[in-house]
Design a protein around this ligand. Structure first.
Ligand code: SAM
Length: 296
């Protein structure tokens, strides 16, 4: 069966970013993925045009096929969202949506080593033309740099032990697969940490992915440009999945709202989280948070 990414917080996103059904509008879906959210909006708002950004060409093909049922209403763009927004025209969009991170497709189908449950090349690039992969990081970074990045982007308390183990193990031969990386991490951490609530490899894999794709560094510049690109009265919605992302979104919006010449108003004083029902039917949505601002 084909796995489709379940559009997280779908009801809340539709509610907070709702549009008029009888006026033309433009939405930029900065993280189109398989087009789950775009599909909902195109279906609900018949005069909406969606510009769909994704850096990953493979998943973008799926969105293009899925959204071909809305001829002329979906324009795919293969780009990093921060780079696209930097060049986008001011006050040209009514809605801008970000659903940060990666999709179930990446874990289950991409064969790029995002999942430590699979034995795949340790790649993790969303941009296939990028010069370095996750394997390049674990094989070439100094022990100190590796430890710092695992600590910073994974919030992993055993970062030093894990970095040391990578450096020792790579002496025996390059670390090239997700399984070998997982095995190294598993043996590097204390026994009692090996069988916790999450796999001991979860945090390190998250850190590698963030580093390979520059994920966190793209968020703030993209949000600032998104404010510029938005029309007055338009709204930006951002869904995050972990505290590192959410912190950047929260503080960028707070700082922008507090400026004397502020252009935005925060609509969600507290982030919107999934209902108990959504959590039950879609476990990966558990840690999702939605923040919405409006341009004034
Ligand atoms: C969580 S998924 C989005 C799923 C989508 N909302 C849906 O309902 O199908 C995030 C997507 O954004 C892409 N992505 C992540 N960071 C990106 C960035 N900085 N620029 C462009 N695309 C990015 C990933 O390749 C992935 O397909």
């Amino acid at each position: 069966m084909e796995i489709l990414h379940y559009p997280v917080l779908h009801d809340s996103v539709l509610e907070y970013l709702a549009l008029s059904t009888d006026e033309d509008a433009v939405m930029i879906d900065c993280t189109t993925g398989e087009g789950g959210h775009s599909n909902l909006f195109l279906e609900r708002f018949p005069r909406l045009h969606v510009i769909g950004i994704d850096r990953d060409k493979e998943i973008q093909k799926k969105a293009i096929e899925r959204l071909s049922i809305y001829p002329g209403r979906f324009t795919p763009v293969n780009s990093w969202f921060d780079e696209y927004l930097k060049g986008a025209e001011s006050e040209s969009a009514d809605r801008i949506l970000f659903d940060l991170g990666i999709s179930i497709f990446h874990y289950e189908e991409s064969k790029r080593g995002f999942s430590f449950r699979k034995d795949e090349p340790l790649d993790m690039r969303l941009n296939e033309d990028a010069s370095f992969s996750a394997a390049d990081i674990v094989n070439n970074y100094s022990e100190e740099d590796l430890a710092d990045l695992i600590y910073r982007y994974g919030e992993e308390r055993y970062s030093r032990r894990i970095a040391h183990a990578f450096v020792e193990e790579r002496k025996k031969g390059p670390i090239e697969t997700s399984k070998r990386a997982e095995d190294i991490i598993f043996h590097a951490v204390p026994k009692e940490y090996r069988y916790g609530r999450i796999s001991p490899a979860t945090r390190t894999f998250q850190a590698l992915r963030i580093e390979v794709n520059g994920e966190l560094d793209r968020i703030k510049p993209a949000l600032l440009d998104a404010i510029r690109v938005l029309k007055k009265g338009g709204r930006i919605g951002v869904i995050t999945f972990h505290s590192l992302e959410d912190r950047i979104v929260k503080w960028t919006f707070k700082e922008e709202e507090a400026r004397p010449d502020s252009q935005i108003r925060i609509i969600t004083k507290k982030p919107v989280v999934p209902s108990a029902e959504e959590e039950k039917e879609n476990a990966p949505s558990r840690s999702a948070k939605l923040r919405v601002v409006e341009k004034i």
